[in-house]
Design a protein around this ligand. Structure first.
Ligand code: FES
Length: 308
């Protein structure tokens, strides 16, 4: 993919537009999807697509300059117009479902996966409200684009104006059948998760592992994994991930973040009960136990049979 556009859209945010060098069409990307950028140093970083999903010839990402961040250091320090980049096809862990009304909650650069969703909601004529938390009203990314969309409104909460979002009141006053989509700093997402009422449909895009008190710190037991397709059985000791145990046994599984946030290593479970520790699956998907993330999740049963 070639860098076709490289713009500074806020003091610390660069918009990158990627296109096929031959002008070919690109795989479709639903609202909420992300791509992995393969950095020259071998690291892989995920970025939400913020362009128009209907545009099949361009992917757009917006990258915040984070001190010490490898991806942002590359995009802000080295990337040039016309450069060629390796990316993965779009992947979506933040599914956008049809509804008549929506509540969106964004913090700063967390607006990126929500922007295509809000566009889609506006196109469908759904009612939408965006609660948009930023540091500075004058530099809020995409604010003019958002305000131009029909059927909804943007409530801006700028920290430098002292206008903080009252998360508890917001969730309490939102009917439980209105889906809530949230992305932003961990503190904001934790506050929204804590304020959600039983049965409220709240969905998050986590860029760092979702905090789950007591689960990650719980003592790990060893268990057995049977790889049905490879006809290999491995013991996963305490302190070793399923992914690492499979690699050591010569069983290849695709992976990227290895933190349970990107969904690349999602694998079908044929038998056994997973102990889910990822930030990708919904509560309903966890309860169904049909798939699991091999990089972080473990087993509640003594044995798992996986479709690998
Ligand atoms: S490699 Fe990203 S979820 Fe497992």
């Amino acid at each position: 993919m070639r860098v076709h556009r490289l713009d500074r859209i806020a003091p610390q945010i660069r918009l990158v537009e990627l296109r096929d060098p031959e002008g070919r069409g690109l795989p479709p990307a639903e609202p909420g999807a992300h791509i992995d950028l393969h950095l020259p140093d071998g690291a892989i970083r995920s970025y939400s697509l913020c362009g128009d999903p209907a545009d099949r010839h361009a992917y757009r990402i917006a990258v915040l300059n984070v001190p010490g961040g490898r991806g942002s250091g590359f995009v802000h320090g080295e990337l040039a117009l016309g450069a060629d980049l390796i990316i993965s096809p779009p992947r979506n862990n933040f599914r956008f479902d049809a509804a008549a009304r929506y509540l969106f909650i964004a913090g700063g650069i967390g607006i990126t996966p929500l922007l295509p969703m809000i566009r889609r909601a506006a196109e469908r004529g759904a009612d939408w409200v965006l609660q948009y938390c930023v540091r500075n009203a004058a530099t809020a990314p995409f604010l003019d684009d958002l305000r131009a969309l029909p059927h909804g409104r943007v409530d801006l909460h700028a920290a430098d104006d002292g206008r903080r979002l009252a998360v508890d009141e917001l969730l309490a006053s939102t009917p439980v059948d209105v889906p809530v989509y949230c992305c932003g700093p961990q503190r904001l997402m934790e506050a929204v998760a804590a304020a959600a009422r039983p049965g409220q449909d709240v969905r998050f895009e986590w860029f760092t592992p979702r905090p789950e008190p007591g689960r990650r710190d719980a003592a790990d037991d060893s268990f057995e994994v049977v790889c049905a397709r490879s006809a290999v059985t491995v013991t996963v000791p305490a302190g070793t991930s399923i992914l690492d145990a499979l690699y050591a046994a010569g069983v290849e599984v695709d992976s990227s973040c290895e933190q349970g946030i990107c969904g690349t290593c999602e694998t079908t479970v044929l038998e056994g009960e997973p102990d889910h520790r990822d930030s990708v699956l919904s509560d309903a998907e966890r309860a169904a136990g049909k798939t699991m993330m091999l990089c972080v999740s473990r087993a509640r049963s003594a044995r798992l049979v996986l479709d690998v």
